[in-house]
Write a protein of this length. Sequence first.
Length: 207
Amino acid sequence: MVLVGVGRRPNTGGLDLERAGVATDQRGWVEVDDRLRTNVEGVHAIGDVTGRVLLAHVASHQGLVAAGVIAGHDERMNYRAVPAATFTHPEVASVGLTEAKAREVGHDVVVGRFPFTALGRAQTYGVTEGLVKVVAERRYREVLGVHIIGPSASDLIPEGVLAMHLEATLDDIADTIHAHPTLGESGMEAAMVALGLPVHISRPRRR
């Protein structure tokens, strides 16, 4: 079976935005700043209509930020650590930069991969396909991206999102005690591989 994704377009044609003076780009996306404010005072916009990241959880967070701004709080949107999940079998989830993109923008990277085949909980589930991959900056070990293919990937990615939100390092993840046996241990194990300290798999060959 083949799924073809042809993209989306804004459904703003009948809103009379021009009459209200709300600015849109050439395609019809409503233009907003990082506080979800349009060019018209008192008018905010959230969700897919902004054309930023077209995901439900981003729209929900935009709503929280917009509500905070309207209430007078110093709230801003930050799109650096936005998780994406594909609910296939196995699941796929990611946040941040891929290894290739990190190198492309100039980072000296270190990578850690941990396969679900080496994870006790995955073994008991009988679902061992996939892995967790952590991409980090080599000098300070800051996490730049986390990518997961495997069971409950969408449930595991929040740790990676939190790591990026807090500018955490590989050491922060590796030094955090994870319950055993769980699928969540895979993130800790991947971080330890990236640090050159693998416990439950052999040391990766140097390229």
